[in-house]
Design a protein around this ligand. Sequence first.
Ligand code: PGA
Length: 261
Amino acid sequence: MEVVICKTKEQAAKLAADIITAAVEKNPKLVLGLATGSTPVKMYDEMAKAAKKRKISYRAVRSWNLDEYVGLPGTHNQSYRYFMNENLFKKIDIQLKNTHVLNGMAKDPEKECKAYEAAIKKAGGIDIQVLGIGSDGHIAFNEPGTSLKSRTGVVYLTPSTIKDNARLFFGGDMTQVPTKALSMGVGTICEAKKIILLAFGENKQNAIKGCVEGPVSQFCTASALQEHNDAWIFCDEAAAKKLKLRKYYAWRSATKLGIAL
Ligand code: PGA
Protein backbone atom coordinates (compact mmCIF):
# COMPACT_ATOMS: atom_id res chain seq x y z
CA MET A 1 0.00 0.00 0.00
CA GLU A 2 1.32 3.46 -0.89
CA VAL A 3 0.19 6.54 1.04
CA VAL A 4 0.54 9.86 -0.76
CA ILE A 5 0.22 12.75 1.68
CA CYS A 6 -0.48 16.08 0.03
CA LYS A 7 -0.57 19.55 1.55
CA THR A 8 -4.04 20.16 0.15
CA LYS A 9 -6.94 18.08 -1.09
CA GLU A 10 -6.78 19.95 -4.39
CA GLN A 11 -3.23 18.71 -4.93
CA ALA A 12 -4.26 15.14 -4.06
CA ALA A 13 -7.24 15.28 -6.41
CA LYS A 14 -5.04 16.53 -9.24
CA LEU A 15 -2.43 13.81 -8.72
CA ALA A 16 -5.06 11.08 -8.69
CA ALA A 17 -6.74 12.56 -11.77
CA ASP A 18 -3.38 12.61 -13.56
CA ILE A 19 -2.97 8.87 -12.98
CA ILE A 20 -6.42 8.09 -14.39
CA THR A 21 -5.98 10.48 -17.32
CA ALA A 22 -2.67 8.88 -18.25
CA ALA A 23 -4.22 5.42 -18.02
CA VAL A 24 -7.10 6.40 -20.35
CA GLU A 25 -4.60 7.92 -22.77
CA LYS A 26 -2.66 4.68 -22.78
CA ASN A 27 -5.70 2.41 -22.95
CA PRO A 28 -8.82 4.05 -24.46
CA LYS A 29 -10.84 0.96 -23.45
CA LEU A 30 -9.97 1.29 -19.78
CA VAL A 31 -12.43 -0.17 -17.27
CA LEU A 32 -12.99 2.21 -14.38
CA GLY A 33 -14.56 1.57 -11.01
CA LEU A 34 -16.08 4.82 -9.78
CA ALA A 35 -17.17 6.24 -6.45
CA THR A 36 -19.62 8.89 -5.30
CA GLY A 37 -19.60 11.16 -2.24
CA SER A 38 -18.08 14.57 -1.72
CA THR A 39 -14.48 13.34 -1.86
CA PRO A 40 -13.98 12.49 -5.57
CA VAL A 41 -15.77 15.56 -6.95
CA LYS A 42 -12.60 17.62 -7.41
CA MET A 43 -10.79 14.69 -9.00
CA TYR A 44 -13.64 14.23 -11.50
CA ASP A 45 -13.37 17.95 -12.31
CA GLU A 46 -9.68 17.59 -12.98
CA MET A 47 -10.26 14.53 -15.18
CA ALA A 48 -12.83 16.47 -17.21
CA LYS A 49 -10.54 19.50 -17.50
CA ALA A 50 -7.64 17.34 -18.71
CA ALA A 51 -9.89 15.51 -21.19
CA LYS A 52 -10.98 18.82 -22.69
CA LYS A 53 -7.56 20.40 -22.73
CA ARG A 54 -5.70 17.40 -24.08
CA LYS A 55 -8.55 16.00 -26.18
CA ILE A 56 -8.64 12.70 -24.35
CA SER A 57 -11.60 10.57 -25.32
CA TYR A 58 -13.64 8.41 -22.95
CA ARG A 59 -15.87 7.05 -25.73
CA ALA A 60 -14.62 3.50 -25.33
CA VAL A 61 -14.10 3.66 -21.56
CA ARG A 62 -16.48 1.56 -19.49
CA SER A 63 -17.33 2.20 -15.88
CA TRP A 64 -18.95 0.43 -12.97
CA ASN A 65 -19.94 2.34 -9.85
CA LEU A 66 -19.56 1.05 -6.34
CA ASP A 67 -23.04 1.36 -4.96
CA GLU A 68 -26.56 2.75 -5.04
CA TYR A 69 -29.29 3.37 -2.49
CA VAL A 70 -32.14 0.87 -2.39
CA GLY A 71 -35.40 2.56 -3.30
CA LEU A 72 -34.04 5.52 -5.27
CA PRO A 73 -34.48 5.57 -9.04
CA GLY A 74 -31.60 6.91 -11.14
CA THR A 75 -33.63 10.02 -11.86
CA HIS A 76 -33.75 10.97 -8.14
CA ASN A 77 -31.40 13.87 -7.47
CA GLN A 78 -29.85 12.04 -4.50
CA SER A 79 -29.26 8.81 -6.40
CA TYR A 80 -25.73 7.86 -7.25
CA ARG A 81 -26.61 7.50 -10.94
CA TYR A 82 -27.73 11.12 -10.94
CA PHE A 83 -24.58 12.15 -9.06
CA MET A 84 -22.33 10.48 -11.63
CA ASN A 85 -24.17 11.99 -14.58
CA GLU A 86 -23.85 15.46 -13.08
CA ASN A 87 -20.33 15.29 -11.66
CA LEU A 88 -18.52 13.38 -14.36
CA PHE A 89 -20.38 11.74 -17.23
CA LYS A 90 -21.86 14.99 -18.60
CA LYS A 91 -18.42 16.58 -18.64
CA ILE A 92 -16.60 13.95 -20.72
CA ASP A 93 -17.52 12.10 -23.89
CA ILE A 94 -18.17 8.75 -22.18
CA GLN A 95 -21.18 6.93 -23.65
CA LEU A 96 -23.89 6.54 -21.00
CA LYS A 97 -24.54 3.00 -22.21
CA ASN A 98 -20.99 2.17 -21.13
CA THR A 99 -21.55 3.47 -17.61
CA HIS A 100 -23.04 1.13 -15.03
CA VAL A 101 -24.62 1.90 -11.68
CA LEU A 102 -26.46 -0.72 -9.65
CA ASN A 103 -30.23 -0.39 -9.97
CA GLY A 104 -31.60 0.51 -6.55
CA MET A 105 -35.12 -0.18 -7.80
CA ALA A 106 -34.38 -3.74 -8.96
CA LYS A 107 -37.25 -6.13 -8.18
CA ASP A 108 -34.76 -8.88 -7.54
CA PRO A 109 -31.72 -7.20 -5.93
CA GLU A 110 -29.72 -10.43 -5.62
CA LYS A 111 -30.15 -11.10 -9.34
CA GLU A 112 -29.16 -7.50 -10.10
CA CYS A 113 -25.97 -7.85 -8.04
CA LYS A 114 -25.00 -11.18 -9.59
CA ALA A 115 -25.51 -9.78 -13.09
CA TYR A 116 -23.40 -6.73 -12.16
CA GLU A 117 -20.50 -8.92 -11.07
CA ALA A 118 -20.81 -11.04 -14.20
CA ALA A 119 -20.71 -7.93 -16.40
CA ILE A 120 -17.53 -6.68 -14.69
CA LYS A 121 -15.94 -10.06 -15.23
CA LYS A 122 -16.97 -10.11 -18.88
CA ALA A 123 -15.36 -6.68 -19.35
CA GLY A 124 -12.07 -8.16 -18.11
CA GLY A 125 -12.28 -6.76 -14.57
CA ILE A 126 -11.76 -3.25 -13.23
CA ASP A 127 -8.44 -1.66 -14.23
CA ILE A 128 -8.59 1.26 -11.78
CA GLN A 129 -10.99 1.43 -8.87
CA VAL A 130 -11.64 4.82 -7.26
CA LEU A 131 -12.68 4.78 -3.60
CA GLY A 132 -13.64 7.18 -0.85
CA ILE A 133 -13.66 6.05 2.76
CA GLY A 134 -16.39 6.46 5.35
CA SER A 135 -15.58 7.93 8.76
CA ASP A 136 -16.24 4.39 10.07
CA GLY A 137 -13.67 2.93 7.68
CA HIS A 138 -16.10 1.62 5.09
CA ILE A 139 -15.31 1.28 1.39
CA ALA A 140 -18.32 1.39 -0.91
CA PHE A 141 -21.08 0.68 1.63
CA ASN A 142 -19.23 -2.16 3.33
CA GLU A 143 -19.82 -1.26 6.94
CA PRO A 144 -17.98 -2.61 10.01
CA GLY A 145 -18.74 -6.28 10.43
CA THR A 146 -18.78 -7.06 6.72
CA SER A 147 -16.71 -10.00 5.53
CA LEU A 148 -13.57 -8.92 3.73
CA LYS A 149 -14.46 -11.52 1.12
CA SER A 150 -17.98 -10.16 0.54
CA ARG A 151 -19.43 -9.96 -2.95
CA THR A 152 -21.85 -7.43 -4.44
CA GLY A 153 -25.15 -7.53 -2.56
CA VAL A 154 -27.67 -5.78 -0.33
CA VAL A 155 -26.08 -3.95 2.62
CA TYR A 156 -27.36 -2.12 5.70
CA LEU A 157 -26.02 1.33 6.59
CA THR A 158 -24.75 2.21 10.07
CA PRO A 159 -26.25 5.19 11.94
CA SER A 160 -22.91 7.00 11.53
CA THR A 161 -23.02 6.63 7.72
CA ILE A 162 -26.63 7.78 7.65
CA LYS A 163 -25.60 10.82 9.71
CA ASP A 164 -22.56 11.56 7.49
CA ASN A 165 -24.62 11.27 4.33
CA ALA A 166 -27.43 13.43 5.67
CA ARG A 167 -24.90 16.12 6.55
CA LEU A 168 -23.74 16.39 2.95
CA PHE A 169 -26.83 15.31 1.07
CA PHE A 170 -30.57 14.99 1.62
CA GLY A 171 -30.69 18.56 2.96
CA GLY A 172 -29.38 17.34 6.31
CA ASP A 173 -32.48 15.25 7.00
CA MET A 174 -31.47 11.82 8.39
CA THR A 175 -34.98 10.45 7.92
CA GLN A 176 -34.60 10.89 4.15
CA VAL A 177 -31.45 8.75 3.86
CA PRO A 178 -32.24 5.20 2.75
CA THR A 179 -31.08 2.59 5.26
CA LYS A 180 -30.19 -0.04 2.67
CA ALA A 181 -28.05 -0.03 -0.44
CA LEU A 182 -26.70 -2.31 -3.13
CA SER A 183 -22.93 -2.36 -2.91
CA MET A 184 -19.94 -4.01 -4.49
CA GLY A 185 -18.39 -6.32 -1.91
CA VAL A 186 -14.96 -5.94 -0.35
CA GLY A 187 -13.81 -9.06 -2.18
CA THR A 188 -15.16 -7.64 -5.45
CA ILE A 189 -13.35 -4.32 -4.92
CA CYS A 190 -10.06 -5.99 -4.08
CA GLU A 191 -10.06 -7.75 -7.46
CA ALA A 192 -9.46 -4.41 -9.21
CA LYS A 193 -5.98 -4.24 -10.72
CA LYS A 194 -5.21 -0.85 -9.22
CA ILE A 195 -6.97 1.00 -6.40
CA ILE A 196 -6.98 4.73 -5.71
CA LEU A 197 -8.56 5.74 -2.41
CA LEU A 198 -9.05 9.42 -1.58
CA ALA A 199 -9.50 10.79 1.93
CA PHE A 200 -9.60 14.39 3.05
CA GLY A 201 -10.11 16.17 6.35
CA GLU A 202 -9.98 15.51 10.06
CA ASN A 203 -13.18 13.49 9.97
CA LYS A 204 -11.25 10.73 8.15
CA GLN A 205 -8.28 10.52 10.57
CA ASN A 206 -9.43 7.41 12.42
CA ALA A 207 -10.57 5.70 9.22
CA ILE A 208 -7.20 6.28 7.54
CA LYS A 209 -5.36 5.10 10.66
CA GLY A 210 -7.40 1.88 10.60
CA CYS A 211 -7.03 1.48 6.86
CA VAL A 212 -3.25 1.92 6.76
CA GLU A 213 -1.92 0.91 10.17
CA GLY A 214 -4.73 -0.98 11.84
CA PRO A 215 -5.05 -4.73 11.79
CA VAL A 216 -6.69 -6.18 8.69
CA SER A 217 -10.14 -6.47 10.14
CA GLN A 218 -13.75 -6.38 9.13
CA PHE A 219 -14.19 -3.65 11.73
CA CYS A 220 -12.54 -1.30 9.20
CA THR A 221 -13.25 -2.77 5.78
CA ALA A 222 -10.77 -0.40 4.10
CA SER A 223 -8.00 -2.30 5.91
CA ALA A 224 -8.51 -5.10 3.36
CA LEU A 225 -6.57 -2.89 0.95
CA GLN A 226 -3.39 -3.70 2.91
CA GLU A 227 -3.43 -7.04 1.13
CA HIS A 228 -3.81 -5.51 -2.34
CA ASN A 229 -0.57 -5.16 -4.26
CA ASP A 230 -1.34 -1.88 -6.05
CA ALA A 231 -3.41 0.24 -3.66
CA TRP A 232 -2.72 3.98 -3.44
CA ILE A 233 -4.12 6.18 -0.68
CA PHE A 234 -4.21 9.88 -1.59
CA CYS A 235 -4.89 12.04 1.43
CA ASP A 236 -4.33 15.51 2.78
CA GLU A 237 -2.33 16.22 5.93
CA ALA A 238 -5.44 16.38 8.11
CA ALA A 239 -6.58 12.87 7.15
CA ALA A 240 -3.03 11.49 7.57
CA LYS A 241 -2.41 13.08 10.96
CA LYS A 242 -2.76 9.91 13.08
CA LEU A 243 -0.41 7.78 10.94
CA LYS A 244 2.70 6.78 12.89
CA LEU A 245 4.92 6.49 9.82
CA ARG A 246 3.41 9.36 7.85
CA LYS A 247 6.76 10.99 7.06
CA TYR A 248 8.15 7.75 5.68
CA TYR A 249 5.04 7.05 3.57
CA ALA A 250 5.10 10.59 2.18
CA TRP A 251 8.76 10.34 1.20
CA ARG A 252 8.43 6.85 -0.27
CA SER A 253 5.35 7.57 -2.37
CA ALA A 254 6.65 10.92 -3.61
CA THR A 255 9.90 9.24 -4.62
CA LYS A 256 8.03 6.49 -6.46
CA LEU A 257 5.84 9.05 -8.25
CA GLY A 258 8.86 11.23 -9.00
CA ILE A 259 7.26 14.32 -7.48
CA ALA A 260 8.02 16.76 -4.68
CA LEU A 261 5.22 17.18 -2.14
P1 PGA B 1 -17.62 11.28 1.39
O1 PGA B 1 -18.07 9.76 1.54
O2 PGA B 1 -16.72 11.33 0.20
O3 PGA B 1 -18.86 12.05 1.16
O4 PGA B 1 -16.89 11.65 2.65
C1 PGA B 1 -17.11 8.77 1.47
C2 PGA B 1 -17.70 7.41 1.69
O5 PGA B 1 -18.67 7.28 2.47
O6 PGA B 1 -17.20 6.45 1.09
